[in-house]
Write a protein that binds this ligand. Structure first.
Ligand SMILES: Nc1ncnc2c1ncn2[C@@H]1O[C@H](COP(=O)(O)OP(=O)(O)O)[C@@H](O)[C@H]1O
Ligand SMILES: [Mg+2]
Length: 262
């Protein structure tokens, strides 16, 4: 059984779209028929459940870390896709897990039979302990200076621990007059932008309906961008399975079309 590919969705700054991206990437990968585990590791403000209309979770990630619950007992199956989720519990008791507790958790989940594990995380740095479990950190930024500066800082931390990272710019076009140019973001980050997700009204609708945007409308600009990102993740595990449907071949497909490649 191959080891799952672990993607940690991170940002140093809060409110840039980590949870929105995590939930929808997990749904898109699942729709492409991969076995996916989504984990909400934001202990203070878990919100994956809110995106899916699941509230009042008694036991979740925190309780697993504390040894008060077992993963198999609290694993939530999100019916529309049979997506498996470790949710955050609604208990308000503050808890600061040790590196050992987190490491133990990762040791357990990486032994499970999944193709992908998507980790939604709290803002900030990650601790050194479990860094070796991440195959890739998806650094989420919005196209403004504050967020881009903190994303560049996070990228340097990943470099220090030799963790692969790629930059995803979210809410592109939100404030187009004042947002940073692609060139300036790439210069600050030190590499090319991997994914560009537009600002999209579908997100507000998805929050009201408690349904991931990718499920609400697969053809929305947001969903198409998420799918393009997921195709890149599929390539990471050496799987060419996600064939773009005819007429929706995305940027690279369009480029191939220009050169007459089918
Ligand atoms: N592409 C997008 N288009 C429109 N609104 C978005 C988009 N991505 C995120 N948002 C909104 O931004 C806010 C923060 O998103 P969230 O995923 O909770 O961020 P984080 O997990 O980083 O704190 C939410 O209100 C969400 O609806
Ligand atoms: Mg969040």
């Amino acid at each position: 059984m191959p080891k799952p590919y672990v993607i940690r969705v991170s940002s140093e700054k809060g409110g840039v779209g980590k949870t929105t991206v995590s939930v929808n990437v997990a749904c898109a990968l699942r729709s492409l028929k991969y076995k996916v585990l989504l984990v909400d590791t934001d202990i203070a403000t878990p919100s994956v459940g809110e995106h899916l209309g699941i509230r009042d979770i008694e036991k979740g990630y925190k309780e697993i870390l504390k040894g008060e619950a077992k993963i198999e007992d609290i694993l939530f199956a999100y019916e529309p896709l049979d997506l498996k989720i470790v949710l955050g519990s609604s208990s308000q008791t503050p808890f600061n897990p040790s590196a050992e507790q987190i490491t133990k958790f990762y040791e357990q989940i990486t032994k499970l039979d999944y193709d992908f594990i998507v980790i939604d995380s709290p803002p900030g740095f990650f601790i050194e302990g479990p860094a070796r479990f991440y195959d890739e950190v998806a650094i989420i930024t919005t196209p403004d200076t504050t967020s881009c500066v903190s994303s560049a800082r996070l990228a340097r931390i990943c470099d220090k621990y030799r963790i692969k990272h790629r930059l995803v710019v979210n809410r592109s076009g939100y404030n187009s007059k004042f947002e940073m140019s692609t060139e300036d973001i790439e210069k600050m980050y030190g590499d090319v932008i991997y994914g560009m997700i537009p600002e999209d009204k579908i997100i507000s609708e998805s929050l009201v309906r408690h349904q991931p945007a990718y499920i609400l409308n697969k053809s929305s600009p947001f969903s198409l961008a998420i799918e393009e990102i997921c195709k890149g993740y599929a390539l990471r595990i050496g799987d060419p399975r996600p064939e773009p449907p005819p007429g929706r071949r995305g940027f690279f497909g369009a480029l191939a079309g220009v050169f007459g490649i089918k």
